[in-house]
Design a protein around this ligand. Structure first.
Ligand code: ACO
Length: 307
């Protein structure tokens, strides 16, 4: 089977750490409420744009990479620095690759963006000598209403990046969307530029589509969850992930989480998690992992791949 081999990873969280207690006194909330309802303890905010964060994560990911092989840069984001040029083009410029023949563009599928982008990268890479730089990057603090206690405590800023190439190996994907604005909207309206969310509706949607997406890729690969080493879900809420591993009769050890540190970083959360796992030496050649995204659109999807 033709798959996608991840050669390297990088990540860059926003530079300012904000704890749950930092919110106390500013809005009617508490560390105890946030921790028990979400599992989040801290998030990182950045005064820099999502393009800047993408560039920093990309620099790390390409540290030991032959840059001349990069033929594709995709940045998944719902908070791009500009309408144009794309974050991906700004990464190309920052890496000094302007003269190289590279297709560069951003993808907006909200928190499913990175999973969609992996699928796009696989379909656009022509041969095994070409590399794709696939990034997820968000500056969500820009679109969060800091007077709305039900959303402002959830989100963080950061970016994660991977360099990947085509290779023989497992790559089974399932991506879907349902074209419904509610329960999660962030518009470009000048009078209301903020993200709005019906939390309980998103919770129900998320638990349903994560289980469905995992089962779908397992069925397509004719495998069971026992054959899989790690599941990396979009890091939205610990209770969502707990629901999923209980429903699938699996264990917490298989479901990597780092949302306690970073909160929900939308399209950045999965590549940040992969980069952190890689840094910790958790990912070994040949391991099977599932990445699962879900978010605004509504969009969702999963990929089962070999590390
Ligand atoms: N501190 C204290 N109380 C709060 C806070 C807060 N930060 N936020 C809400 N509350 C209150 C509410 O006002 C409500 O009070 P009331 O009973 O007096 O009306 C009460 O807590 C319960 O509110 P619920 O919304 O029912 O709380 P819930 O247990 O559902 O938790 C949460 C809310 C954490 C948002 C949860 O619904 C959730 O995680 N949903 C999924 C969110 C998600 O995954 N979003 C991201 C996916 S897509 C993307 O990433 C862009």
């Amino acid at each position: 089977m033709e798959g996608l081999k991840i050669l390297s990873t990088g990540y860059y969280p926003g530079e300012k750490v904000v704890t749950n207690t930092d919110f106390e006194g500013k809005i009617d909330t508490s560390d105890e409420w946030i921790t028990t309802r979400t599992g989040i303890k801290r998030r990182h905010f950045s005064s820099h744009s999502s393009a800047y964060l993408a560039i920093e994560a990309a620099r790390q990911a390409v540290r030991d990479i032959d840059l001349s092989k990069i033929s594709l840069i995709i940045c998944a984001t719902m908070t791009p620095e500009n309408a144009t040029p794309s974050n991906a083009c700004l990464v190309q410029e920052a890496l000094g690759l302007q003269e190289q023949s590279i297709m560069c563009f951003d993808v907006n599928a909200a928190c499913s963006g990175f999973v969609y982008a992996l699928e796009i990268a696989k379909s656009l890479l022509v041969n095994k000598d070409q590399y794709a730089l696939v990034i997820g990057s968000e500056q969500l603090s820009r679109i969060v209403d800091f007077t709305d206690r039900s959303t402002c405590i959830l989100f963080g800023d950061g970016a994660g990046a991977v360099v990947a190439k085509k290779a023989d190996g497992l790559f089974v994907s399932y991506n879907d969307a349902s074209g419904t604005a509610l329960p999660l909207v962030a518009s470009f309206e000048k009078d209301d530029p903020y993200l709005h969310m019906q939390g309980q509706e998103v919770f129900k949607f998320a638990t349903k589509v994560i289980v469905k997406s995992i089962n779908e890729v397992l069925q397509r690969a004719q495998m069971t969850l026992d054959d899989v080493d790690y599941v990396v879900c979009h890091q939205a809420n610990l209770r969502i992930i707990q629901y999923v591993y209980k429903k699938l009769k699996s264990s917490p050890d298989k479901f990597f989480t780092n949302l306690d540190e970073y909160g929900n970083t939308s399209a950045a959360s999965i590549p940040m998690a992969l980069a952190e796992m890689n840094e910790k030496g958790l990912l070994k050649e040949g391991m099977k992992i599932i990445v699962v995204g879900f978010g605004g659109g509504l969009t969702w999807g999963a990929t089962l791949m070999e590390w």
